[in-house]
Design a protein around this ligand. Structure first.
Ligand code: MEV
Length: 445
């Protein structure tokens, strides 16, 4: 391997970056062709995709899938989903079809306030600063008005600014803790710009105000940044049906048994951290797939959701179930911040298509769809776990990945798929069967 240090890699054009890659690892020159083949043939689309990041040498395609029959508050939609994990889309589609026959999903937004913080140090009395704060706050708001005017026209803006003295964390440490309404935008740029402006105004206040003594004119800004934890931007989704209708073609007693096992699984996720993390991972299988498809920041959504899962002092499963008066009600409440204008959503051609498939939702509607995707995914996972187990569905879907890994020709797959229909699928079992069944050396059967 060539270990030389590369200067100015970001200034290379794509071909130069590919050549540098081939040279560093002594890769085959044919790699260039492979990298090009993973891109779209439409140059204008490829340019949009390349411009999303730095130093691209190709694209990394994932399946863009559809799950039909998502009935949400009475509206019947296809959910566009991007996931690399076999069985995620199948689980969502199954859950959607299942609940479509039982009234569909219901959802409501419980708040949309976002948050941000200016972290700073000031060598003075916290109570005195608190007494100056009404005046400081007016200055902060007035001097950020040029940033907030447009957002205010759309019904948003800065909703609160609080001063917090936190000397127990760091000597002389304070925060400005601000709330924002960002309407249909996720609002990261808006919030960060306002916070940075707060920093400038605050420093100016300390430098110029007569109420600040000479020795205390210095204010050290540590950082200004939005918080991805938005507990007041929250959404709830739920499904419900009579317990007796929970399983197609099964007796009332079987349905009740299923409901009870399902409830036990949910209770375990609410108290056992090891289970809760996996449980919530299953929720995010659905949320992330829809977030990625719509060009939303799934890392922010995940970080917020996991933090919200600790709101009662211990990390817990995010879904809840109630069985009362013969009814089964299953719900998810989660905090998240999403946007439908700006960012990747407005630029990536597939994200734009995903938004069209969702009938161009508002940010609030998208929050509801994301929560529904999470609930559906969790329902599918827990239903499988407490009945047939997860591996049956999972490994069946995984079989096609294994067939790809083994480069098994399309025309020989049916026999292998049939053979594994009632057997445990594993890479070694499939490889063994492929080697031993005579298919490998024979023609098409
Ligand atoms: C796998 O991606 C997700 C599950 O593990 C979730 C769960 O256990 O609830 C099946």
């Amino acid at each position: 391997m060539d270990n030389s240090i590369i200067q100015g890699f970001s200034k290379y054009n794509k071909q130069q970056r590919i050549e540098a890659l081939i040279q560093k690892y002594s890769f085959d020159a044919g790699l260039g062709q492979f990298l090009r083949s993973c891109q779209t043939s439409d140059e204008s689309i490829q340019k949009i995709i390349d411009d999303l990041s730095e130093n691209p040498v190709s694209s990394f395609p994932f399946p863009f899938s559809l799950a039909p029959n998502f009935v949400v508050n009475g509206k019947n939609l296809f959910f566009p989903l991007v996931s690399e994990e076999s069985s995620v889309v199948a689980a969502l589609a199954n859950a959607a079809g299942f609940w479509a026959k039982r009234g569909g999903f219901h959802a409501e937004v419980l708040g949309t306030e976002k948050k941000g913080q200016l972290h700073f140090k000031w060598n003075g009395n916290p109570e005195y600063l608190q007494s100056l704060f009404p005046e400081i706050k007016l200055k902060l708001l007035a001097e950020s008005a040029f940033l907030t005017a447009k957002m205010e026209e759309r019904g948003g803006g800065i909703t609160s600014v609080e001063l917090k003295a936190l000397p127990h964390i760091l000597p002389n440490y304070f925060q400005l803790d601000a709330g924002f309404e960002t309407c249909d935008a996720m609002g990261a740029n808006f919030i960060n710009s306002c916070l940075e402006q707060f920093g400038k105004s605050l420093q100016d206040y300390f430098l110029t105000s007569e109420k600040v003594s000479k020795g205390q004119r210095e204010c050290e800004i540590i950082m200004a940044i939005l918080s991805n934890y938005t507990p007041d931007s929250r959404v709830r989704a739920w499904v419900e049906c009579p317990v007796a209708e929970l399983l197609d073609g099964k007796s009332e007693a079987e349905c009740l048994l299923f409901a009870q096992k399902f409830e036990q699984a949910i209770r375990i996720s609410q108290v056992d951290v090891s289970r809760a993390v996996t449980h919530n991972k299953g929720i995010f299988n659905g949320i992330d797939a829809l977030a990625v498809a719509t060009g939303n920041d799934f890392r922010a959504i995940e970080a917020c959701g996991h933090a919200y899962a600790t709101r009662n002092g211990q990390y817990a499963g995010l879904t809840d179930v109630q069985i009362q008066g013969g009814m089964f009600r299953f719900s998810l409440e989660i905090a998240m911040a999403v946007g439908v204008v700006g960012g990747v959503t407005a630029v990536h051609p597939m994200a734009k298509l995903a938004m069209k498939i969702l009938d161009n939702p508002s940010a609030k509607e998208l929050m509801m769809y994301l929560a529904v995707a999470g609930l559906a995914s969790n329902f599918g996972a827990v239903k499988a776990l407490v009945s047939v187990g997860i591996q049956q569905g999972h490994m069946k879907m995984h079989l096609s990945n294994i067939l790809n890994q083994l480069n098994i020709p399309e025309e020989k797959r049916t026999k292998i798929q049939n053979y594994f229909q009632d057997k445990t699928v594993s890479f070694s079992e499939v490889e063994e069967y492929w080697k031993s069944c005579g298919l490998r050396d024979s023609g098409c059967e």
